[in-house]
Write a protein that binds this ligand. Sequence first.
Ligand SMILES: [Zn+2]
Ligand SMILES: [Zn+2]
Ligand SMILES: [Zn+2]
Length: 138
Amino acid sequence: MKTIEQFLESKNIRVTAMRLLIYKFLAEKQVAVTLSDIENAFEKADRTTLYRTIKTFEEKAIVHQIDDGTGINKYALCEKGCNCEIETDLHLHFHCNNCNETICLTEHKIPQIKVPDGFVSENVNLVVKGVCDKCSGQ
Ligand SMILES: [Zn+2]
Ligand SMILES: [Zn+2]
Ligand SMILES: [Zn+2]
């Protein structure tokens, strides 16, 4: 069992107290979070530092960004060994129209999508919308 410190170092990230806290915060969440969720959780922290930390995590495939159609980007922790690649890592997300929360459906990978010649895919977001288990009461 690797510690978070070792994990971050294996991703070539210099470990700082702030980075550890943000990682732990994300790891405890079952749902994707927005930047303002992170800001609210770390009110005393400098917003630029928070933003840069998330960007660093994103570049190193520690978190992935989710565009669930609400207009606000959300972030969720990647699975172990994720490189945020289409077909192997990118997965569907579920957005609840009632509580507005978004979760990873990591079992459902996004298939390679053939785009016309001359087009280059850089990112794919596939979002299933509906009502989550908490809201449906089932
Ligand atoms: Zn990833
Ligand atoms: Zn819900
Ligand atoms: Zn996800």
